[in-house]
Design a protein around this ligand. Structure first.
Ligand code: NDP
Length: 327
């Protein structure tokens, strides 16, 4: 059997953590033959709740689960980590200034980047889920010493999956019939869910794309504002679907993408005019444990403006954290 894979999850006692840990432990991430050791990081006040979750993991008697350890110190939590899900963050609260939000997250993701550099395994792969995810990932990457920036990613897979689900409902097909949907930019309301290249059973979606009213005034805002709609309906933010998307992202990163491409926020190399040095969503493939931005796609004027606007927001966020000395 393979050696166990060490997986650190931060914010482990939160809503997303609660859904995510059971999926990882049950083999949904790396398959039925790969044992996983879970390392849970929480702030001191939430350690007790994390202990309760660990009891339930223990009680589930998963054949793929090795150990579960709980920490309130990032240095210990990331020791030997092969994979890190950074879920815990300081989300925006009503009345909070942007500078407060960014500095609170600088205080979380800077030290986590340092702790990863100090102790994580050479093959460490990091997915940031906690918002503002793209910029939090940038902060962690910039504190992570020798770890290549390509190992720091942020999650836009839930936006991608939401786009698949919306298109499937519109077209009356199954999500598995769809390929080549892309999310560009920031995981925020400026994200651009792009159907230009989408196919259903290998065929272009010409008629749906021609319905600009639906694409621009229904599809795009529905995907971008889905989180608020879930809160309205459920009385709590999406958690299981976010956890499921996190599983999809890291599974594809480790085992390879099986569709033409998916969406992931990775360090920009300047592709498609997105400035180098911001962590932006692109259509990506994963092979041999590395993300690659899909190259050579034609970008029409509508897409150009949307991609540029979201990239500009990422540059603004980067400049703000740079100005505060957080990167
Ligand atoms: P959740 O588990 O619901 O959310 C965690 C993070 O994920 C938030 O930043 C949230 O951002 C983001 N998120 C939520 N929904 C989505 C989505 N649909 N797509 C993408 N991202 C999403 O929050 P809880 O408050 O339940 O749990 C957070 C936990 O983290 C707490 O237990 C807290 O103690 C812990 N924490 C741990 C830290 C650490 O380990 N060092 C540091 C800070 C907190 P948004 O709110 O914008 O949706």
């Amino acid at each position: 059997a393979n050696a166990p894979v060490n997986i650190t999850v931060t914010g482990a006692a939160g809503n997303i953590g609660y859904a995510l840990l059971f999926r990882i432990a049950s083999g949904a991430l790396l398959g039925p033959d790969q044992r996983v050791n879970l390392r849970l990081l929480e702030i001191p006040q939430a350690v007790k709740a994390a202990e309760g979750t660990a009891m339930e993991l223990f009680d589930s008697a998963f054949s793929t689960l090795g150990s579960v350890d709980i920490f309130d110190d990032p240095k210990q939590a990331f020791e030997g980590a092969n994979i890190a899900f950074l879920v815990g963050s300081m989300p925006r609260r009503a009345g909070m200034e942007r500078s407060d939000l960014l500095s609170a997250n600088g205080g979380i993701f800077g030290p986590q980047g340092e702790a990863l550099a100090a102790g994580a395994a050479d093959d460490i792969k990091v997915l940031v889920v906690g918002n503002p995810a793209n910029t939090n990932a940038l902060i962690a990457a910039s504190h992570a010493g020798d770890i290549p920036a390509s190992r720091f990613t942020a999650m836009t897979r839930l936006d991608h999956n939401r786009a698949l689900a919306q298109l499937a409902a519109k077209a009356g097909c199954h999500v598995s019939d769809i390929d080549k949907v892309a999310i560009w930019g920031n995981h925020s309301s400026t994200q651009y869910p792009d159907l230009t290249h989408a196919t259903i059973k290998g065929e272009p979606i010409t008629d749906i794309l021609a319905d600009r009213e639906w694409v621009e005034n229904d599809f795009i805002p529905t995907v971008a504002k889905r989180g608020a709609a879930i809160i309205e309906a459920r009385g709590a933010s999406s958690a299981a679907s976010a956890a499921s998307a996190a599983i999809d992202h890291v599974r594809d990163w480790c085992l390879g993408t099986t569709s033409a491409w998916t969406s992931a926020a990775v360090m920009s190399d300047g592709s498609y005019g997105v400035p180098e040095g911001v962590i932006s969503s692109f259509p990506c493939t994963a092979e041999n444990g590395e993300w690659k931005i899909v190259q050579g796609l034609e970008i029409d004027d509508f897409s150009r403006a949307k991609i540029d606007a979201s990239a500009a927001e990422l540059v603004d966020e980067k400049n703000a954290v740079a100005g505060m000395g957080l990167i």
